[in-house]
Design a protein around this ligand. Structure first.
Ligand SMILES: NC(=O)C1=CN([C@@H]2O[C@H](COP(=O)(O)OP(=O)(O)OC[C@H]3O[C@@H](n4cnc5c(N)ncnc54)[C@H](OP(=O)(O)O)[C@@H]3O)[C@@H](O)[C@H]2O)C=CC1
Ligand SMILES: O=C(O)[C@H](O)COP(=O)(O)O
Length: 438
């Protein structure tokens, strides 16, 4: 779309938003439930498009659509439970009980939702649904690779009774229409998921409007001496390699006690070598990356680590943008793979000799999305968790965003604000007070 077309769409959203916010919440919820029904009906069709468009295996792509329908239903219900609050004035010294405030949550206006390629339906709906239930209009800009899936999802929404101007689908390259969108005077809030680079640029350009960002990560799996190594290996492999590592919450480094590192590495190796590699149609776990640049970057990380002395345990094979699952041991802080987010199927193992290094190495990263700790000692896990600069810490499980109603937070360069159904609704509303003076 040209800037003129985008401008028209934003203005339409803005013009019709007030009548949408005046619509009863239960009616808005009914529309969202209808949307969820349509998505479930179209799960195979939309799943196939996701799979073809972003190379996700077909089963996971269909699962994404069904997960999204559940997310939308939960959002509809949660929106019906936002009631505001009532405050009395006499709780402050000198105040009076004859002064009472009704605090309501007002929509912000027009929400700009920008989503990434990797979950083109789920990470779009997780922005659109909370915006709509709380009375906002939405301008939705999908990732260019992911736009067809986003369009089908939007069409399903337009098949409901939603007034059509309330959701505006905007297509075009972020590099061409991005600045125009994020600085448009009729945009009242931005919710963005994508790379840290783009997110930071958006937060610098947006003027005096709330911005919620979910960005990159370098989630560590911290494996302590007493860990159940079979469990740890299972979660690490699934966390690191599913959808070829193209998940913000993928496990992107293993920090393991040196005394158990050989055993853990062997267990991980066996599981990595058993992973299916191939096409999305064949439901392989590891499929071609989103484009050749992404594969080149992963290859650079592998080459750099091997050149600097890392041990290749398995992998380092490539066919175009299909990178075979790669495991590297004896990775150290001089290697790029210790710090950079690969968004691909390569996992570095970093051996730890001093206990305090688990936390210090984890925290040296610019990112702070999630971390996993594998141990049988809850107290120890809790102690470490309190010291980690991340949004969430998982004990004895892989890092992951779901379930979708949990708050999802990125610390440091991993984000700004909080998502997760209730938090997302809250981020798209502001308090408005009506004060009774009796
Ligand atoms: N923390 C989280 O929840 C998640 C984080 N991510 C992160 O996202 C990255 C991968 O996703 P990817 O899609 O490549 O990320 P990008 O940042 O490249 O793109 C994300 C979205 O931003 C748009 N965009 C690009 N440039 C601009 C601009 N100047 N202004 C406004 N919008 C713009 C893109 O459009 P276009 O496609 O047209 O360029 C796309 O819709 C990884 O770093 C990953 O960690 C991914 C998923 C979840
Ligand atoms: O983009 C991502 O990586 C998603 O937020 C991951 O979601 P999940 O951890 O629940 O699969």
């Amino acid at each position: 779309m040209s800037q003129e077309e985008v401008d028209d769409k934003i203005k339409l959203a803005s013009e019709f938003q007030k009548s949408w916010s005046a619509t009863e919440v239960y009616k808005r919820a009914d529309i969202l439930h209808e949307w969820a029904d349509r998505l479930v009906e179209k799960q195979d069709q939309i799943g196939e498009v996701i799979s073809k468009e972003v190379g996700k295996n077909l089963a996971s792509a269909i699962k994404e659509v069904v997960r999204t329908a559940d997310l939308i239903r939960y959002t509809a219900e949660e929106g019906c439970r936002i009631h505001g609050e009532m405050l009395k004035g006499d709780s402050s010294r000198g105040g009076s009980s004859s002064k009472m405030a009704m605090v309501e949550q007002e929509p912000l206006g027009v929400v700009l939702a920008i989503s990434p390629f990797n979950y083109p339906v789920n990470l779009a709906a997780s922005k659109i649904a909370p915006a709509l239930i709380s009375g906002n209009a939405v301008v939705f800009k999908p990732a260019s690779q992911g736009a067809l899936s986003g369009q089908l999802m939007t069409e399903a929404l337009l098949e409901t009774n939603l007034p059509s101007d309330i959701i505006q689908f905007v297509s075009g390259k972020g590099s061409e229409i991005g600045d125009f969108l994020v600085t448009h005077p009729n945009i009242d809030m931005i919710t963005f998921t994508g790379s840290t680079e783009t997110g930071q640029a958006i937060s610098q350009k947006a003027k005096m409007i709330p911005v919620v960002l979910e960005l990159g990560g370098k989630d560590p799996a911290i494996v302590l001496e007493d860990a159940d190594l079979d469990l740890a290996a299972e979660h690490i492999v699934s966390g690191a390699y599913s959808y070829s590592g193209q998940r913000c919450t993928a496990i992107k480094r293993v920090l393991v006690a040196d005394t158990i590192a050989n055993d853990l590495t062997e267990k991980i190796k066996q599981k990595v070598e058993a992973l299916s590699v191939g096409t999305p149609e064949d439901n392989a776990t590891v499929t071609p990356l989103i484009n050749n640049d992404a594969a080149d970057f992963v290859q650079h990380l592998i080459d750099d680590a091997i050149n600097k002395g890392a041990e290749l345990i398995t992998g380092n094979r490539r066919e175009d943008n299909l990178v075979y699952p790669t495991l590297l041991d004896h990775v150290n802080s001089d290697m790029d793979v210790a710090w950079d987010e690969p968004f691909g199927p390569v996992l570095p193992i970093i051996r730890i000799n001093e206990e305090e290094d688990f936390v210090s190495l984890a925290n040296q990263s610019e990112y702070g999305l999630q971390a996993s700790i594998f141990t049988k000692d809850v107290q120890k896990a809790r102690e470490i968790a309190t010291k980690l600069d991340v949004g969430s810490v998982q004990m004895n499980a892989k890092t992951e965003r779901g379930p979708d109603h949990f708050p999802f937070i990125g610390a440091k360069n991993s984000g700004l604000g909080s998502q997760g159904i209730r938090r997302s609704i809250e981020s798209m509303t502001r308090d408005k007070l009506f004060i009774l003076n009796l």
